[in-house]
Design a protein. Structure first.
Length: 236
């Protein structure tokens, strides 16, 4: 099966290896690239906080760039959205990791159950753009927090020849869609070729991601039972 991988390049290469091991042909089409601001992360750490939270492995990669300057914070409680982010955090040296069930809303619920123990705000180390579900969940549960935007994902521009080669040469069988923004960018490229991609499976990490799939592709939507890459690949 020819599978389009839309993640940023570093993550996409790991996904491609998994796809090859399953007998599929990965097509790398990163839709964004990250601009890291480790200096903003360091500034945020200097302010009072009770615990840390991240909802992406990209945020952990920003923190890793601090090298030895991260050491004083590695024993702090770090809330992460799911298993993949937890693995990245463990590799970065964090020692007290609380793993959420896989979505920002569920992570907010987990943190709220611990919030009475907080003596300062939670520090959310975030990217831009991002889903609002995590912060909305914290607000709804009256969990005090501050957000530091420590990276930004910028769209990558492709020419039409590159898009045609990736999606139509031959037509892709499936695409892995990880976030609403990721899906929105993909369909900017895919919709003009909807007729040729009529059979392509839209493999979505969650209902939230599936919500931005255009009408012409609705019959091809599949949603992961669990919001992680294992759940996505199980749909193939």
């Amino acid at each position: 099966m020819r599978v389009v991988v839309t993640r940023p390049e570093n993550s996409a290469r790991r996904t491609a290896e998994r796809l090859r091991s399953l007998g599929h042909e990965p097509v790398l089409l990163p839709l964004t690239k990250a601009r890291h601001r480790a200096d903003l992360a360091e500034d945020a750490f200097d302010k009072p906080h009770a615990a840390l939270a991240v909802t992406s492995a990209e945020a952990v990669r920003v923190l890793s760039a601090l090298a030895y300057r991260l050491n004083p914070y590695l024993e702090e409680t770090l809330y992460v959205v799911g298993d993949a982010t937890a693995r990245a955090a463990g590799e970065a040296g964090f020692q007290n990791i609380c793993v959420g069930p896989g979505t920002g809303a569920e992570l907010a619920e987990l943190i709220a159950s611990h919030a009475p123990e907080f003596t300062a705000p939670l520090l959310y180390l975030a990217g831009k753009p991002r889903s609002s579900k995590f912060e909305e969940g914290l607000h709804a549960r009256k969990v005090p927090f501050v957000t530091a935007e420590i990276y930004e994902m910028s769209p990558i521009a492709y020419d039409e020849d590159t898009i045609r080669h990736a999606l139509l040469d031959p037509p892709a069988d499936a695409v892995l869609l990880y976030s609403r923004e990721n899906a929105r960018l993909f369909f900017d490229f895919a919709v003009p070729h909807a007729a040729a991609l009529a059979a392509m499976r839209m493999l979505c990490l969650s209902d939230n991601v599936a919500g931005v799939v255009p009408y012409e592709f609705h019959g091809n939507i599949k949603i992961a039972d669990h919001p992680d890459e294992d759940g996505l690949l199980a749909l193939l």
